[in-house]
Structure formats: structure tokens, C-alpha cells
Design a protein around this ligand. Structure first.
Ligand code: SF4
Length: 372
């Protein structure tokens, strides 16, 4: 796998002879974009943060909480050097001397290993006169802390609630200072971009799980066929649907290209490339109810549409499951999904209903079959 090539801190020696602007230019030319799901061009983000005034920070988002996503875990376990080196490179590029690695609570078993890598990297960087300190902050298991502004609140020692944007972190982030926040996979690619001319921007890591016998992380080119990926997972039964994590929605299983454009055209979102396969032995209403329980539990409660809406959505889905719902309930569910999507404050609420709207689009019969 390209992402597991250990750069062994050699990129630090190379950037020590470069100007920060040259590093940013190299990242811009590489075409790297955020691999946490947002796809924002990384070079531009570096440039924006560099051009902001004052003390700056780097945050590595290792709070991988999207159900079905476990690619960052693989990188942190197998190639932590590149993540830490990537943070130092990012710090050097934007002019920062302090970084925080925000580690998902469930990944705390990796803390000692990561601390050793940080200590080792610091010795090498200091010798090169690149001064950058990294602190590990453990999350407490809240899904919302995958949101960049909620991470900032959490690192500041507050409850992890999202902030309204703008201002964006590149202007006003941690302690109200310019802050660069990037996901683990994005940062781990930076040393490879600096060192390796053959680095390929089209490789993507797909976390594959669900009703298959070989779940795991597969590295394929962006645009690879969904069928190829599902076959690698060796399903036992006929697959009828694929979910893009819990927030990207679902599509009927057909051979589409795995890239943002193709998935979006069908009404779903590829996001962080988590694919959950669902076979024909499972009912989509049951899947929807399970996912709705997740969002109802994880809503941080800051805004009304999400806090109240996710509860009402769950109630309606449970009513449908119990065959106590009428057609008006289904119409109410659709209306509620639209309102939650349009009025919630952050990405969690906005995307919490995509799995229902896409399921109603493609698997409506499974819902109407359960009406009284
Ligand atoms: S949308 Fe949900 S998670 Fe986001 S701020 Fe509102 S209540 Fe919190």
C-alpha cells in the first residue's frame, strides 16, 4: 500500500533546505485534498493558514468516528511515523511550533506508541532546527468531536460542541488563533509527497465492512468499480445495498465508479470512503432504525432541529418497524428529514437523514410494506 510506505523522517531533512512557501507549492501541485471526507485542497488550506497573522496551531484529527471507517486506525497502527512527520511538515509550512494529535478515545491503546514516535521525531527535527512540539489529547468517545470546530472546543478543555462558521479555523481556531486541522490520512501523505515523485494522488483507502466475509481496508484507485471492491470482500449472500458510512446515504448495489462525482450523481456521498455492504437477508427499515439510534445518541444537543429531530425520526422509524405507522407518518418522516437537513447547525445533523432520504428513494417498498 502506498500509504504504508514509511518515510522514516527523511522528508524533514528535505524541507529543512526548503522555504515554507516551496513546501506549500509542492503540496498544491500534488493535488492532495482532505481525506477525512471534505475533500478541501490541502495546499490551499496550508496557504490560507500561513497567510493568517499571529501564533498558529496544527491539529491532527485522529477522532475517526464515522461508523464503518477504520482506515486511520490502520495508518496509526502501521505507519505512525508518517502521521507525526506530516504534522511537523504542516507546522513548518504554516509557521507553527505547536501541534495537537486529537486521538479517538477508543484508540487510546495507541497512545504510548505514538508518544515514542513523537519523542523520536522531535530529536530529529530539533537537530534540523525545526522546532515543533506535539501533544496527544484523548477524546472521550463523542462522534461530534470529528467535527473540526468541536475538536477545537474539546482541546480547549470545553464540552465538544461545534462552533458556527465563519470564522473558519484557518483564521480563528484554537484559542482564537489560526489553526490547521487535517485528518490522519491527509497528514500521512505529506512526507510521501515531499520525497516520492511517483506518489499517486488517485489512491484511496476504502474501509469495507458489513455482510461480507473479508472486511478490511483496501487501497484502490479513485473511480475503481464498486463491484471490484465488494468482490474483494467476498460476500456470502447477494448484496442489495451499500451504505457510505452512516452519514453518506445508501445506494442500491450496482456497478458504479467509486468517486465523489459518480456517487453524488446518484444522491449519496462517498465521504471518507467507508462502504458498508448490506445483503438481501436484511430489511432496510431495520438498518435505518439502527442508524437513527446512532444519530439520536450522538446528537450533541446544541441546536433544536437535530436534538429534537433525531428523536422524532427514531420514534417514527420504530413505529414503522412495529407496523403501527400509516402513510401520513411516512410523509411526516420525509418532511422531518428535509427540515433537519436544511436547518441543523453542523454536519452531524445535516447529514443524519441522508440514509433515510436515499433509502426512501431506492427502497421505498420496504417501508410501505410495513405500513398498517
Ligand atoms: S446539528 Fe446536532 S450535533 Fe450539530 S450542533 Fe446541532 S445538535 Fe449538535
Amino acid at each position: 500500500m502506498q500509504i504504508l510506505k514509511n518515510s522514516n523522517f527523511r522528508a524533514l531533512s528535505k524541507i529543512a533546505g526548503m522555504k515554507p512557501e516551496e513546501v506549500i507549492e509542492l503540496v498544491k501541485k500534488s493535488g492532495l485534498s482532505g481525506r477525512g471526507g471534505a475533500n478541501f485542497p490541502t495546499g490551499l488550506k496550508l496557504e490560507f493558514t500561513r497567510s493568517s497573522q499571529g501564533e498558529k496551531y496544527v491539529i491532527a484529527n485522529a477522532d475517526e468516528g464515522e461508523p464503518g471507517t477504520f482506515k486511520d486506525k490502520l495508518i496509526l497502527e502501521k505507519n505512525p511515523n508518517n502521521v507525526i512527520e506530516g504534522m511537523i511538515i504542516a507546522g513548518y509550512a504554516i509557521g507553527s511550533s505547536k501541534g495537537y494529535l486529537y486521538l479517538r478515545g477508543e484508540y487510546s491503546y495507541l497512545k504510548n506508541k505514538l508518544q515514542k514516535v513523537i519523542n523520536n521525531a522531535k530529536k530529529i527535527a530539533d537537530k534540523l532546527k525545526i522546532y515543533f512540539d506535539i501533544e496527544i489529547i484523548s477524546g472521550a468517545g463523542a462522534y461530534i468531536c470529528g467535527d473540526e470546530t468541536a475538536i477545537i472546543e474539546s482541546v480547549e478543555g470545553k464540552r465538544g460542541n461545534p462552533r458556527l462558521k465563519p470564522p473558519f479555523p484557518a483564521n480563528q481556531g484554537l484559542f482564537n488563533k489560526p489553526t490547521l486541522i487535517n485528518n490522519v490520512e491527509t497528514l500521512a501523505n505529506l512526507p510521501l509527497i515531499i520525497l516520492d515523485k511517483s506518489w499517486n494522488n488517485s489512491f484511496r483507502l476504502f474501509s469495507l465492512s458489513g455482510n461480507i466475509t473479508k472486511p478490511g481496508v483496501y487501497e484502490l484507485e479513485s473511480g475503481a468499480s464498486l463491484k471490484k471492491l465488494i468482490n474483494l470482500g467476498k460476500p456470502k449472500n447477494k448484496i442489495k445495498a451499500v451504505y457510505f458510512g452512516c452519514s453518506g446515504g445508501c445506494l442500491p448495489y450496482e456497478d458504479i465508479a467509486l468517486n465523489n462525482e459518480a456517487v453524488k450523481e446518484k444522491g449519496a456521498m462517498l465521504g471518507s470512503c467507508a462502504i458498508i455492504a448490506v445483503d438481501e437477508k436484511h430489511n432496510i427499515v431495520d438498518v435505518a432504525t439502527n442508524i437513527a439510534k446512532f444519530f439520536e445518541y450522538e446528537s450533541c444537543g446544541k441546536c433544536t432541529p437535530c436534538r429534537e429531530g433525531t428523536m422524532r425520526v427514531l420514534e417514527l422509524l420504530e413505529k414503522i418497524s412495529l407496523k403501527k405507522a400509516a402513510n401520513e407518518d411516512l410523509e411526516l418522516l420525509e418532511e422531518l428529514c428535509r427540515v433537519i437537513n436544511e436547518t441543523s447547525l453542523c454536519g452531524l445533523g445535516q447529514s443524519s437523514t441522508a440514509h433515510i432520504t436515499t433509502a426512501l428513494k431506492y427502497f421505498r417498498k420496504e417501508f410501505t410494506d410495513k405500513l398498517k
